[in-house]
Design a protein around this ligand. Structure first.
Ligand code: ADP
Ligand code: MG
Length: 255
């Protein structure tokens, strides 16, 4: 998709996710400082930056797992609801995959994926199963459907976590360092699923230091440091020619 055209035509009104003037403190720590970020439908944004810069807090704010002190966060043109049914609906629209796979340990892989659609979306069990099996196939673990999470490798569990989030038919997917807890040989099987999602047009915000993924799938890289968005650019431009000293310093450490 040509995001440039889309953004030029619609401006921020077409943004699927929009943050404007977002601030958040933890006590004396100003963890999000005047964050402005708009993500267009179908856009893939990779967020990178040093540990402690506020990346996870940003993701959690978009899912309203954290409150914000001021500013606006909108999903598909609507401000995030405060509580109740509307909040549950929002969480269903924002799929989230964390560093730790946190599947339900006492449910099968299939049940892990069908639970949300049945409970939150009110889907019939048979329909949810069909949907879930299709998604498990898409992430390459359909043969594991009747096993328990602990019987799967970390890479397989993380792919199930992605299928579980997709089962809610979210408008946007947030990934917070989805491969950083994985053994190296399992990283690519998860990144490949994410690249596939990106190619299929899913709107994604991905916190990761996997430059290969960013180069392959990202439309834009956002660099955060000390609670601020310091720089944003297309991956090729950012990685080869970062403008800010902080980005240069950060890249020199990880590349
Ligand atoms: P990142 O994901 O970029 O590593 P985080 O968003 O996790 O950064 O954290 C940003 C800063 O906020 C860190 O200094 C962290 O210690 C602090 N922080 C995160 N969550 C909390 C919390 N619930 N209470 C207090 N401080 C927090
Ligand atoms: Mg984090």
């Amino acid at each position: 998709m040509d995001h440039t055209t889309q953004q030029a035509e619609g401006g921020s009104a077409t943004a699927l996710v929009r943050l404007a003037g977002v601030n958040k403190h933890f006590g004396d720590l100003h963890v999000l400082q005047d964050i402005d970020l708009s993500v267009a439908r179908g856009e893939v944004v990779v967020v990178i930056g040093p540990s402690g810069s506020g990346k996870s807090t940003l993701c959690r704010a978009i899912n309203r797992l954290e409150t914000i002190d001021d500013g606006v966060i909108e999903l598909d043109g609507h401000r995030l609801p405060e509580e109740g049914k509307a909040l549950a609906q929002l969480r269903a629209d924002v799929g989230m995959v964390f560093q730790s796979f946190n599947l339900f340990a006492h449910k099968t892989i299939l049940e892990n994926v069908t639970l949300g659609p049945i409970k939150v979306r009110g889907m019939k069990s048979s329909e949810a199963k069909e949907l879930a099996m299709g998604l498990l196939e898409r992430v390459g673990v359909e043969s594991q459907a009747h096993k328990m999470p602990a019987q799967l490798s970390g890479g397989q569990q993380q792919r199930v976590a992605i299928a579980r989030a997709l089962a809610m038919q979210p408008k946007v997917m947030l990934f917070d360092e989805p491969t950083s807890a994985l053994d190296p040989e399992m990283i690519n099987e998860v990144l490949d699923v994410m690249v596939g999602l990106a190619k299929d047009g899913m709107t994604m915000i991905v916190v990761t230091h996997e430059m290969g993924f960013a180069r392959k799938a990202a439309d834009r890289v956002v660099f955060m440091a000390d609670g601020q968005i310091v720089e944003e650019a297309e991956p090729e431009v950012f990685f080869t020619n970062p403008r800010s000293e902080r980005a240069q310093e950060f890249l020199s450490k990880i590349l």
